[in-house]
Ligand binder design. Structure first.
Ligand SMILES: *[C@@H]1O[C@H](CO)[C@@H](O)[C@H](O)[C@H]1NC(C)=O
Ligand SMILES: *[C@@H]1O[C@H](CO)[C@@H](O)[C@H](O)[C@H]1NC(C)=O
Length: 459
């Protein structure tokens, strides 16, 4: 999920006790492993997909709610909480107010008093309108620009249980979060299910904003995750913080295959902009397979990219967003990609408009068609990877069955990438699958290693 550039009332929390606790702990590097589950594992129906004899493709019509949920344990006694694992946002919030936001449910729970002291310390901008037992709490309001919705309620704190490996006892750390009593859109109260999947209790923000989980955990300078194929939702997808986040190299071959690219900042950011907390890489070019020509994306000389990076050439910045399913490309990158595919596949391009009755705003699909007499040749014979060329020479391979979906018969395929006229490129979770992604926040680098099965990665 990505936020609106002008975020209204984001409340930021800085937890002093976290640092104090970390200082008292042992010197051994802490390794925390969490499990992510794909929403399809929790739904009555598994992934909807279509298949032919050779390949299985995701059905793009149902993409928009394809999130990975992170399982946390909060409170005393610890209660499970499943939040959308979202590298695109910061705040942690829950909509299970009766379960997670009452002292009766958790003895360590505390609402954040809207006092002058907290107002200074925690950027507690406003008091919640509702009166609680011990007075008023700080208001919580979080807006998600991509869905034009917000979650609202009050701010609170509790303890989070950190699962440790190797027989070490679990660890508890204080954590702050929003308790969302309601969701709203521009018109008034709205169903939170339009913001998060039904099986999700809330959101776990993983960007580097002050109130994100990454920032609230003690001494975390890196984290990594490995998202499993959504067509195998029963397999878990691990996420590691701290020392355990490093990429596990099983062989010399793995070491060769690790790709690294810098995390970059956006050019022309307002100083107070929350976009500075997001993770971006720089997309320099695209090719179809390793053999095809690399289409170089335009550089700073042209006005093409709205979302420029601060990098030397001011190319297009691409947001790493695990909370967004689709990959989006700005028109300046999408148009050359379409042209490249048209040439490489010798196909016609056509558009499919979304059905008019869809609740969520859907984008039209860009599709490719071979003349029907080509049908006999099981088009396309080669199923080339799409290769994203990132700054520093890193190449990210997207498999054919993740970036294309078969449409009707074998002579038509549609691209699972959105032409984003809204000026932002996003690497969605569909195209992060089967890849161990390491965010090294101290070195400002993203490293990634393609792996056949994320659930088999032991750390
Ligand atoms: C494939 O589908 C397209 C559009 O629906 C149609 O025009 C074409 O004739 C079909 N080809 C075959 C071989 O069935
Ligand atoms: C992508 O979107 C832009 C802006 O809306 C439009 O001009 C362009 O034609 C679109 N490209 C394709 C291939 O549909």
């Amino acid at each position: 999920m990505h936020m609106a550039p002008l975020q209204a009332a984001l409340v930021t929390l800085l937890l002093a006790p976290v640092a104090a606790m970390a200082a008292g702990s042992s010197a051994a590097p802490s390794v925390y492993r969490f499990e992510l589950i794909h929403v399809d594992a929790l739904a009555a129906h598994g992934a909807e997909h279509n298949s032919n004899n050779d390949d299985t493709y995701l059905d793009t019509a149902t993409y928009s709610r394809r999130e990975y949920l992170m399982e946390l344990k909060m409170g005393t006694p610890p209660k499970p909480f499943k939040g959308v694992a979202d590298t695109g946002s910061d705040v942690i919030w829950t909509r299970r107010v009766e379960l997670q936001c009452e002292h009766g449910a958790s003895s360590s729970f505390a609402g954040m008093a809207c006092s002058s002291e907290n107002k200074q310390q925690y950027e507690c901008n406003e008091c919640d309108k509702q009166q609680q037992q011990g007075g008023r709490y700080c208001a919580f309001s979080k807006r998600y620009g991509s869905k034009k919705m917000r979650a609202e309620g009050f701010l609170a704190g509790d303890v989070l249980t950190l699962p440790r490996k190797g027989g070490l006892p679990d660890k508890e750390v204080p954590i702050s979060f929003g308790c969302a009593r309601r969701c709203r859109d521009d018109k008034g109260d709205a169903d939170c299910h339009r913001l998060i999947p039904k099986s999700a209790d809330g959101v776990v923000g993983l960007n580097r904003g002050p109130s994100s989980l990454v920032n609230q955990l003690p001494r975390v300078t890196k984290f990594s995750y490995c998202l499993n194929d959504p067509l195998k939702p029963e397999q878990s997808s691990p996420l590691w913080f701290g020392g355990g986040a490093d990429l596990e190299l099983r062989s010399d071959n793995d070491a060769v295959r690790v790709q690294t690219t810098p995390l970059v900042q956006l050019a022309k950011l307002e100083p107070e902009s929350l976009w500075k907390y997001k993770y971006y890489v720089e997309l320099e070019g695209i090719s179809v397979g390793e053999e095809s020509p690399v289409v170089e994306l335009p550089n700073k000389k042209g006005p093409e990219f709205n979302h420029k990076s601060l990098g030397g050439d001011n190319k297009g910045a691409m947001l790493l967003d695990s909370g967004c399913s689709y990959t989006h490309l700005e028109a300046a990158a999408f148009d050359p990609l379409t042209e490249l595919l048209r040439n490489q596949l010798t196909a016609q391009v056509f558009q499919i408009k979304p059905p008019p009755d869809t609740d969520e705003k859907q984008h039209s699909k860009t599709c490719f068609r071979r003349p029907s007499w080509w049908f006999f040749f099981s088009w396309p014979r080669q199923r080339p990877d799409l290769v994203l060329h990132l700054r520093g020479g890193a190449k990210m391979h997207l498999r054919w069955t993740t970036y294309m979906t078969q449409q009707g018969n074998r002579s038509e395929f549609c691209l699972n990438i959105v032409n984003n006229s809204k000026s932002i490129s996003i690497l969605g979770n569909i195209h992060q699958q089967n890849m161990h992604m390491l965010y090294d926040l101290r070195a400002e680098k993203l490293s990634f290693l393609p792996v056949p099965d994320c659930s088999k990665r032991e750390l």
